[in-house]
Write a protein that binds this ligand. Sequence first.
Ligand code: 4NP
Length: 151
Amino acid sequence: MKTKILMVCLGNICRSPLAQGILESKVKSNQVYVDSAGTGHWHVGNKPDPRSIAVAKKHGLDISQQRGRQFSANDFKIFDKIFVMDNSNKEDVVALANNQDEKNKVSLILDVLFPNENVDVPDPYYGGEQGFEHVYQMLNEVCEIIASELS
Ligand code: 4NP
């Protein structure tokens, strides 16, 4: 059976689509299924932010076919592991969990690199393109580790 991984941020247009695209590129699609979602509803059905599409493209990834969707409690039943980008996402996702097992599926993605330090992937939405490159670099580093742990 495939391992199912969900990447979650606020809008599902900047950080989590990048995390999805990066992890997908590092795992075998017949072994691992990767998806992303946002805790907010504003960008449901939308493509990723053009700046995320651009930074992905710069690094050889096409994330332009992704579409935004909102996280729902049903995702706890589908996914084995839910990586959230920041502490606020974590609070929002954990609040929808029905039991401890579901809560245990949720962790900050940067816990993989910096355990117990509560480090956020910064939200690049209101900043410039440099912020998107920074987010790409962080996610690329952490997804390399996640992928190696999955294989
Ligand atoms: P994301 O960034 O959570 O990384 O997708 C955001 C995108 C949109 C908004 C906030 C954050 N927004 O408020 O519309």
